[in-house]
Ligand binder design. Structure first.
Ligand code: AMP
Ligand code: MG
Length: 538
């Protein structure tokens, strides 16, 4: 049974259990000895509901019929009785440096909805106005970044990647000034608010801030809250055991999350510790991007163009680094740091194993038991990476094509393999990259090797294809596609957003008539803002 937004069941464990900032105004300040500040959203002029995601309504038992009242609530203009809005205090390491207090500068949690299945979901407005954590910024968000957040969180969910969800997108009717490339050319853009939904929005930075202030008491309260609400399986253990087990679990979940990112070609773009979820969910969709070309060195984030800290291939290393920062904060709760250190030390091996299994699954293969075969498989995957980086190849298109290759038959000629995969390549001039001796040599040799391995696996061609097509999506919300939708929605064409949301709902199935959503990045999008380059300005 569904309910209106007024008649949902609201809980407020975070607010009721944890220490609050004594002030409840939204003036910028340092907040100490507290985990959050009570602060209400600032009303907007003319809320217009652009999207309401039915699957997320279902999580909340919310009636998926848009109403003016719902738009008012999702714009922050109305608070329902039972909601206790707050902004959380957290810190974080940004681009490798400790940034001290950050906090929810533009996100305001409305409350926790308890559904009929007893699940609890935090409901949070992003772009709802200033909070004590806004520092010098305005607490608002623009349409382009809010739409990107909505689309990507839902796409990730349907791709099977752990993520926060998005319930809605509201246009506020107010203009928001942004200098997109920090080059002194600010423009007024349409303001928008996304409503995000997750079991919790607690980040690594929530723990770091109290540790950085030597505030063990507040840190422990937050930790105990985290155990009781998010990791109840560790209740009843001693505090040191809880710390060790919880940290180990977060490390495992983070490894799983990043493995999925590597599988689907997702680059988060700002893996600061304040953007890392304690539940191992992908969180804070900003200048993220999708690989249009397989390039481990690629980052969409222009703010990170120099060091490329958050480039695709560096995401596992950064995840471990971020976990180490969380581990450091948790050491304040225990005398013996060895278990935490052990988790960090073991993490690269844990990740490598998950990554290896994932890569084999992308290729339709199962891991083999003996060490020598595993080494062969590692070499097979390395050789593929080498081939893929020797030309400009769209990885999404490549893996789907590979599922169709006739590798079960050892006599399949190269010309046939080439015809199967060649549309995954970008060609600059009149000749195809596979005309290049080196590139062709790598792919031909690799396909021969892969063919032998597939024959050893002994699976029927259609079974291998079916396995692969469950791991390798047809549709990802490519940067240039999202940008085209943003441009159309900005002109009032909301149907464009609905269509994109429909496409990403079934990412692994070919959808006749929607081939345009699965195409390689067109040439015009190569160097265009929003398509290949994104900044943190959002
Ligand atoms: P991000 O890089 O988006 O993860 O944000 C880093 C920090 O800046 C967080 O504390 C955000 O809440 C804050 N922040 C980002 N944009 C704004 C904004 N427009 N107004 C207030 N705070 C912001
Ligand atoms: Mg953030």
């Amino acid at each position: 049974m569904t309910h209106s937004i007024e008649s949902l069941t609201y809980r407020s464990r975070f607010v009721d259990t944890l220490p609050a900032d004594p002030r409840d105004d939204n003036r910028t300040r340092m907040v100490t000895g507290a985990v959050y500040s009570r602060v209400a959203p600032t009303p907007v002029s003319a809320p217009k509901l652009l999207a309401l995601v039915p699957e997320v309504c279902a999580l909340l038992d919310l009636d998926p019929e848009p109403t003016p009242e719902l738009a008012e609530v999702l714009a922050g203009n109305r608070i329902i009785s039972g909601m206790k809005p707050y902004a959380a205090c957290y810190g974080g390491h940004q681009f490798g440096n400790w940034a001290s207090q950050l906090g929810d500068g533009r996100a305001i949690n409305l409350g926790e909805v308890e559904n009929s299945r007893g699940e609890r979901w935090e409901v949070q407005l992003k772009g709802a106005g200033p909070t004590p954590y806004s520092r010098r910024a305005d607490g608002r968000a623009v349409l382009r970044s809010s739409l990107r957040e909505l689309v990507c969180s839902e796409a990730m969910h349907h791709l099977g990647v752990p993520t926060t969800r998005a319930l809605s997108l509201v246009l506020t009717g107010d203009g928001v000034e942004r200098d997109m490339f920090y080059d002194g050319n600010p423009e007024v853009e349409p303001g928008a608010i996304t409503c995000r939904v997750a079991p919790s929005f607690v980040r690594f930075g929530h723990f770091e801030i109290h540790a950085s202030r030597d505030d063990r008491a507040t840190l422990e309260k937050l930790f105990r809250y985290t155990v009781s609400t998010l990791y109840p399986q560790f209740e009843g253990l001693s505090l040191p055991e809880q710390v060790a087990r919880l940290f180990d679990e977060v490390a495992e979940r983070t490894a799983t999350m990043v493995t999925h990112w590597m599988r689907v070609g997702f680059v988060h773009g700002v893996m600061n510790t304040d953007n890392m979820s304690i539940l191992g969910l992908t969180i804070d969709y900003g200048p993220y991007g999708w690989l249009d070309v397989f390039d481990p060195g690629w980052t969409p984030n222009t703010t990170d163009a120099q060091g490329k800290r958050y480039r695709f291939g560096n995401q596992p290393r950064i995840a471990q680094w971020n976990l180490a920062q969380l581990g450091n904060a948790l050491t304040f709760l225990v005398d013996d740091v060895a278990p935490l250190q052990n988790t960090i030390d073991q993490w690269p091996a844990l990740f490598a194993k998950k990554h290896h299994t994932m890569m084999l699954r992308k290729l339709g293969l199962s891991p083999l038991d003996d060490a020598a075969s595993t080494q062969d498989d590692i070499a097979l995957i390395d050789a593929l990476m080498e081939a893929l980086t020797s030309a400009e190849v769209d990885p999404t298109i490549f893996y789907r094509a590979l599922a169709k290759a006739r590798v079960e038959d050892p006599s399949t000629p190269w010309a046939h393999h080439r015809a199967t995969i060649e549309h995954a390549f970008y060609s600059a001039g009149s000749s195809h990259p596979l005309d290049n001796e080196l590139v062709r040599g790598r792919f031909e040799a690799w396909l021969r090797r892969y063919s032998a391995r597939v024959q050893r696996e002994g699976v029927a061609a259609q079974d291998r294809a079916a396995r692969m097509n469950k791991e390798n999506p047809v549709y990802i919300p490519r940067n240039y596609i999202a940008q085209q939708v943003i441009d159309r929605v900005a002109k009032g064409d909301v149907a464009a957003l609905e269509e994109l949301l429909a496409v990403i709902r079934r990412p692994y199935e070919e959808q006749p008539g929607r081939e345009a959503f699965a195409e390689k990045r067109p040439d015009w999008a190569r160097q265009k803002a929003g398509c290949s380059m994104l900044s943190c300005s959002s």
